[in-house]
Design a protein around this ligand. Structure first.
Ligand code: MG
Length: 256
């Protein structure tokens, strides 16, 4: 893990980022609430975009690297970066991972969640376990976001939860620093060694985002150039928060 140029935010910066984070979180919640059988991922995308723009913010993903959507909508074996489409409709029992980002006053908020279309009872035990463990892994990582810890402590904590549960942990896609840019240094892998990497300081802000699967860690990209799917067809979950490191400990900025 190279020592990256990690930007330090002031307390005022963090409050400004919280505004972007809140808009992103509200868009995520609205998108997840709209995820019902028969709804297309394009309709969900529109709901999130309208909400983001309603706050005077702009969708961080739209146009990013040419991405055609305000959300990423990834279903079952799709892990991340699913492109919203009119022709992709949700089915009861689908695991739907939604990722939303908002830019507000030149700050970015980024968060993701995985929900079951039709409610938790619409999937099987494995599906519910996958989502629960992914959330647990995220919060294990967040807990390590305290000054004086090292980045490897965060990564290792996330990975340990996934590994203990016997789930696949993506290697090719990682969390990231965040601020004026959606993707800043450092990379934040979902695995690592405790006590390694840069020392965490007050004012660093990270997007932590475990991506776990019910099978292996290998993934492929669809021909659309974006959608990342598991190579073995196993289902995946992806849950993310933007988190600031403060003197009082981790501060989650993406709350609605
Ligand atoms: Mg992210």
């Amino acid at each position: 893990m190279a020592t990256a140029k990690i930007t330090i935010k002031t307390a005022a910066d963090i409050e400004a980022m919280r505004e972007a984070g809140r808009i992103s979180a509200r868009a995520l919640k609205a998108a997840c609430d709209a995820a019902e059988a028969g709804v297309s991922t394009k309709e969900i995308d529109q709901i999130a975009e309208d909400l983001i723009r309603g706050y005077g913010a702009s969708p961080a993903f739209l146009g990013y690297g040419g991405f055609r959507g305000s959300v990423c909508a990834s279903i079952n074996a799709e892990v991340v970066h699913g492109v919203p489409s009119k022709s992709v409709k949700l089915y009861r029992g689908d695991l739907l991972s939604i990722d939303t980002g908002a830019i507000y006053k030149n700050w970015v908020g980024d968060n993701a969640n995985t929900v079951v279309v039709g409610g938790d009872e619409a999937t099987d035990d494995e599906g519910r376990r996958l989502i629960a463990v992914t959330r647990e892994a995220l919060y294990a990582g967040i807990e390590q976001c305290v000054p004086g810890n090292r980045l490897g402590d965060v990564c290792a904590a996330v990975g340990a939860v996934g590994q203990a549960a016997g789930l696949g942990i993506l290697r090719d896609y990682v969390g990231h620093g965040i601020g004026h840019q959606m993707h800043e240094d450092p990379d934040i892998p979902n695995f690592g060694r405790p006590g390694t990497g840069p020392r965490l300081e007050v004012g660093m802000v990270f997007a932590i985002e475990p991506m776990l699967t019910l099978g292996g860690e290998r993934v492929m990209r669809r021909r659309d150039g974006w959608t990342v799917v598991t190579a073995d067809g196993s289902r995946a979950a992806h849950i993310e928060h933007t988190v600031a490191i403060t003197a009082d400990g981790p501060d989650i900025l993406t709350l609605p």
